[in-house]
Structure formats: structure tokens, C-alpha cells
Unconditional design. Structure first.
Length: 331
């Protein structure tokens, strides 16, 4: 006897529009709060966007961040930030810290002499400390990266808008892109709220979220278009409810399996990719929410055509000849 795991029953009859004004309000408030968080708290830009030097230290001895900070206080370093890195994969004899030094010159990096002085000062506190990696980005490069990242996200959203407009109707495109903007804003907002490092890997995660979310939305829209042809007299809101219920199992299963893989990477993948994985994990959740609730609510408000199977001018005669019977116009 075969066993099949079902997260959602084969047939569901959930009224997804029952609280549509509440879900719309929650989405609007969440987007506004995200913008406010970014404007007030700002983003914890990584070295890619901020410019400067990042030093990753490793030691077999436990250390206190305050001791490292006190050891470097006399070196007159600009915009010094020291954080201890925690990871479940680290053993008891591996202690890692991240030291960020703001841009001091056009190159955006500390000089070899300054690097030697930093290492000497830390070795006085912890003789076992070593520099695992040193990364530097200049202010000019970091500024260009910010603009390029903004253009990349904008171009992706515009391309998705154009694609859905050509494949479906402009109402579908507006609903899908609004859902994408919702997903990106909420992801950026959570990064601002918890001051998670925001770097180029996060931009890659945002672009991946756009692709994941629009794929989920297009599946729902495709089924909606089929149902609009099948149920011509059924009210639009009922057709949409039927469509979401029919695709709910696929939406949930895809989201859960993706979340399981991301969850494993979030726990055991290491701190280097944790920001990217967290953005993806959060984006999958808000992407499912925006597909099920936000995108279709907007399409319902704008209205859609109900004659998808009706031929355009010039096709009626050709269809009559191919079928042998007159083509009946959709009611």
C-alpha cells in the first residue's frame, strides 16, 4: 500500500476573499513600516556597498569583543566595528570575529603597515589570533555597486511586468508586480529591523525571490485563465477562489520543500551565506502570502476579460473551415 504525504487535501473550499480588505490593509501597513524602518534605522550595508576593509579573524582561544575594541582603540581607525561570529558548525576551539574599518582614503583599504599594526595589537590580547581573510572595497566601487544593484532589481521587475502583460492582460501584470514590490519591501524591511548585513549576496537573493514569486503567481494566473473559459457565467470572485483552491496544494508543497532546503542551509550552511539564505527563507514565505492574497485581490479589483476562447477578427473564418462547423461566439 503506497503512502502519500499530503500537506493539503485534494479538494479544499477555502474562501480566500473573506478577509480581503484585512489582508490588503496588512500588506499596505507592512510595506509602509518597511519603508519607515529603512529610512529611520537604515540598512547594515556590507563592505560591498559601504566601502572599507573587512578582516575576519580566527583563534583557538575564547575572546571578548570589548578586549579587541580596547586593543584597537589607540590606532585611530575610522568607523571601527567588531562583532563575534557565531555558527553551529564551529567547534569549541574555533572563535571567529569580524572587524570592519570604514573608508579612510580613495582606495578604501587599510595600508599594509596599518594591517600589521592591527595584527600586532590583537596578538597582545590573544597570541593565537590569525587573519583568515582581508577584503577591501573602495568608495567609488561601492557607490557603483549600489546603483547597479538598484538597476538590476528595477530591470527585473520591469521585465516581469512586460512578460506578464504580453502573456496575460495588463491587470495581471499590475497584480503580479505589486506583489513583487510587496515581497522586496518586506524583505528589505526585515533586514533593516534586525540590522542583518546587506550586501551583494542579498541583492542576489532579492532577484531570486522575484523569480520564485512570479513563477508561483504565473501558475495561479494560468489556471485562472483556464477557469475563466470553463466557467463563463460564474462570478469572477468565485472563479478566483476556485483557482486558488485548485493550485493550493502545489503552492504549499513547493514552498515547504524549498523552505526545508533553505532551513538546512540556514542552520548548517555557515555565516558567510546566512544573509542570502535568510533573505530567501523570508522571501519564500511572503511570496506565498502575496500570491495567495495580494496579487489576486488586485486583479479582482481591476477586473478581467471573460472571453479568452473568443477568436480575434480574421480568425473566425479560418476556425470555421478547420472545424467544419460555425464557431459560436462566447456569451
Amino acid at each position: 500500500m503506497a503512502f502519500r504525504l499530503k500537506l493539503v487535501p485534494d479538494e479544499t473550499h477555502i474562501d480566500f476573499f473573506r478577509w480581503r480588505w484585512l489582508t490588503n490593509g496588512v500588506s499596505i501597513v507592512a510595506m509602509i513600516v518597511s519603508v519607515i524602518l529603512v529610512m529611520t534605522m537604515g540598512l547594515n550595508f556590507g563592505i560591498d556597498f559601504k566601502g572599507g576593509t573587512t578582516i575576519r579573524t580566527e583563534s583557538s582561544n575564547a575572546f571578548e569583543v570589548s578586549e579587541y575594541r580596547e586593543a584597537l582603540s589607540g590606532l585611530n581607525l575610522s568607523d571601527l566595528s567588531i562583532t563575534e561570529v557565531f555558527d553551529p558548525g564551529f567547534g569549541p576551539d574555533r572563535h571567529v570575529a569580524q572587524i570592519r574599518i570604514g573608508t579612510e582614503n580613495e582606495t578604501g583599504s587599510v595600508t599594509p603597515d596599518e594591517l600589521n599594526r592591527i595584527e600586532s595589537a590583537l596578538k597582545e590580547v590573544d597570541p593565537q589570533v590569525t587573519f583568515a581573510s582581508v577584503e577591501s572595497v573602495g568608495p567609488k566601487v561601492s557607490g557603483e555597486l549600489i546603483k547597479t544593484a538598484f538597476y538590476a532589481v528595477g530591470a527585473a521587475a520591469f521585465g516581469i511586468l512586460l512578460y506578464i502583460w504580453l502573456r496575460f492582460e495588463w491587470q495581471f501584470a499590475v497584480g503580479a508586480v505589486t506583489a513583487l514590490i510587496h515581497d522586496v519591501l518586506l524583505t528589505v524591511g526585515i533586514f533593516a529591523a534586525f540590522q542583518i548585513r546587506f550586501d551583494l549576496s542579498t541583492i542576489a537573493a532579492l532577484l531570486t525571490i522575484l523569480g520564485y514569486s512570479v513563477n508561483d503567481t504565473v501558475v495561479v494566473f494560468d489556471r485562472l485563465r483556464e477557469n475563466l473559459v470553463k466557467f463563463k457565467t460564474m462570478p469572477l470572485i468565485d472563479v478566483m477562489n476556485l483557482t486558488v483552491n485548485e493550485t493550493l496544494s502545489r503552492t504549499v508543497m513547493t514552498g515547504v520543500t524549498t523552505a526545508l532546503a533553505l532551513g538546512a542551509m540556514l542552520i548548517w550552511g555557515g555565516d558567510v551565506i546566512r544573509g542570502f539564505v535568510f533573505a530567501m527563507f523570508w522571501g519564500v514565505g511572503v511570496g506565498i502570502y502575496s500570491t495567495v492574497y495580494l496579487a489576486k485581490n488586485i486583479v479582482l479589483s481591476l477586473g478581467v476579460r471573460r472571453d479568452w476562447d473568443k477568436p480575434v477578427r480574421g480568425e473566425k473564418k479560418e476556425l470555421d473551415e478547420l472545424s467544419g462547423t460555425p464557431f459560436q461566439d462566447a456569451p
